[in-house]
Design a protein around this ligand. Structure first.
Ligand SMILES: [Zn+2]
Length: 80
């Protein structure tokens, strides 16, 4: 099984499981994948979300000596 982030024709992005990449092609072209938000079956693969931004802005990196810096703007966040 493989999960793809797919986007419908109206810009909604959602995750969908497929047996393999061929299964995606078959179901996508057959219109068997529907957006959970609007039901649109015109889907395409979305760019997988990058791993950045996983940590909450409210939680500074544990190795930040300042703390409360918000994480993203903290230069110590680059050590992650
Ligand atoms: Zn949609």
């Amino acid at each position: 099984m493989i999960v793809y982030s797919v986007r419908c024709g109206n810009g909604h992005v959602f995750d969908e499981w497929f047996s393999n990449s061929t299964d995606y092609d078959v179901k996508a072209s057959a219109g068997e994948v529907h957006c959970p938000d609007c039901g649109d079956s015109h889907i395409s693969k979305a760019i997988m979300a990058p791993s950045i931004g996983k940590s909450s802005p409210a939680a500074p990196p544990p190795n930040c000596p300042v703390g409360g810096c918000g994480g993203g703007a903290c230069s110590f966040a680059n050590d992650f």
